[in-house]
Structures are given as structure tokens and as C-alpha cells.
Design a binder for this molecule. Structure first.
Ligand code: C5P
Length: 223
């Protein structure tokens, strides 16, 4: 069983000393990678910058930008039986990366302020969802929301053609970015909804993997 997992944030550089990012710690994705390894899978982890050590027994590929993450994932997606896209990939990146540090004195002209132009990044999940998949391949996404959690997650599940989505309300205490616990809703492409109680990211990781595994068995039976 080959399991491919993305984790952590990405960094989108505007010049050599500044980037746009988000507070993702990588904890959920690393917990998933370790749980998959414990279950006996061969695991590849494509990770944005995190403070976490590379887990033992797991091929870990460190990347910085959304573009780098996309490249490493696309190279490995075909071989994967289960793909879990847990990374908080930046949705936008600076339209251009200045080669030299942008000087405060050189922007804004007479008016104070600075407008940074952004362009969309590649949506790794959506590309994988569109592509023909390996037989029985299960694609799992995450949705970090601050409102209408279930409805927004369902929209993403459909738009990106995922098999399963794990939604969390990042505005709640004890859920989402940085913390050790999480409170999630699991929604699959058949519309089945599960609301496990708040639990450690390790416990939830095992649960998510079991669901993905079940979906794989269903897919293989149906195909
Ligand atoms: O659209 P949104 O960023 O909320 O979607 C979240 C899901 O899509 C996550 O599974 C995330 O890892 C994935 N994603 C991706 N590539 C992007 C943006 C999001 O794979 N550029």
C-alpha cells in the first residue's frame, strides 16, 4: 500500500526576505503519515516548512512553495493508492518575485502603502481529482473553514472531485492550526457525514485512514 501525504504550509516569496504563508504546523499531516506507517503502508510525505522532525521510516520531501509541492506530488501521484492532501497550500502567490529586496523607500511613491499583485497557485487537489486515477485510488482533502464549515467543505469535495473531505472549523479553540487536538467532520462523495468527537490528531489520523481504506475497498469492488 502506497500512501502519499502533503502537510504543512507553503511559502510564497515576494522578494529574497519576505513571503506569504499561514499558521499550519504540519501536525495533522505528520500524524497521518505516522499512522499510515504504523498500519504497514509505504509512506511518502511532501512537507512544507515545519518545525517537526522528519518521521522515521517515512520518505520525507521538503518543499517551500506551492509550485514545488505540486511538482513533487504530481511526480508521485500515479503510484499512490491513497493520497491525503493535508497541506495548507497558499491559494495565491506574488505575481513576480523580486530578485532584490524591495526597498521601503522605493514603493508607494508619494502615497504611503504598497500593493502586492498576486496570481493563483496550482490547485494540486483539483488537478489530481480531474486526472484519471490508478484503480482504487482514494483522494482525501482537507478544508479549513471559519464559517458554513459543512457546506463549504461539500462544495470543495465536489469541485475538486475528492472521495473524502475532512473539514475543520479553524476559528474554534482546540481545532485546526497549531494545536494538538482537532474537531472534524468527515464527508464522503456519497454524502455520508461523520462527526467524531474532539480528539488528538493521532486518534483522528487513524480514523481518517480507516475511512480512506474502506473507500478504497468499495471502489475496488465497484470497478
Ligand atoms: O480550496 P482550499 O484551499 O480550501 O482546499 C483545501 C484542500 O485542497 C486541501 O486538501 C488542500 O491540501 C488542497 N489544496 C491543494 N492545492 C492548492 C490549494 C489547496 O492541494 N493550491
Amino acid at each position: 500500500m502506497n500512501v502519499l501525504i502533503t502537510a504543512g504550509p507553503t511559502r510564497e516569496w515576494m522578494d529574497p526576505v519576505r513571503f506569504i504563508s499561514n499558521p499550519s504546523s504540519g501536525k495533522m499531516g505528520y500524524a497521518l503519515a505516522e499512522a499510515a506507517r504504523e498500519a504497514g503502508a509505504r509512506v511518502t510525505l511532501v512537507s512544507g516548512p515545519t518545525a517537526l522532525p522528519s518521521p522515521r521510516g517515512i520518505e520525507t520531501i521538503r518543499v517551500e512553495t506551492a509550485a514545488e509541492m505540486a511538482r513533487e506530488v504530481f511526480l508521485r501521484a500515479k503510484r499512490a493508492d491513497i493520497i491525503i492532501l493535508c497541506a495548507a497550500v497558499a491559494d495565491w502567490t506574488p505575481a513576480r518575485r523580486a530578485r532584490q529586496k524591495i526597498k521601503k523607500s522605493e514603493v508607494g511613491g508619494r502615497r504611503p502603502g504598497f500593493t502586492l499583485r498576486l496570481k493563483p497557485t496550482v490547485d494540486i487537489a483539483a488537478v489530481l481529482g480531474r486526472k484519471r486515477r490508478r484503480r482504487g485510488q482514494v483522494l482525501v482533502g482537507f478544508a479549513a473553514e471559519t464559517r458554513r464549515v459543512e457546506a463549504n467543505a461539500r462544495g470543495k469535495l465536489e469541485r475538486k472531485k475528492l472521495d473524502l473531505i475532512v473539514a475543520n472549523d479553524v476559528s474554534e479553540a482546540g481545532a485546526g492550526f497549531g494545536v494538538d487536538t482537532n474537531k472534524v467532520i468527515l464527508i464522503d462523495r456519497h454524502g455520508r457525514v461523520e462527526r467524531p468527537p474532539r480528539a488528538s490528531k493521532q486518534t483522528l489520523a487513524r480514523k481518517i485512514l480507516r475511512r480512506a481504506w474502506k473507500m478504497r475497498e468499495e471502489l475496488l469492488e465497484a470497478q
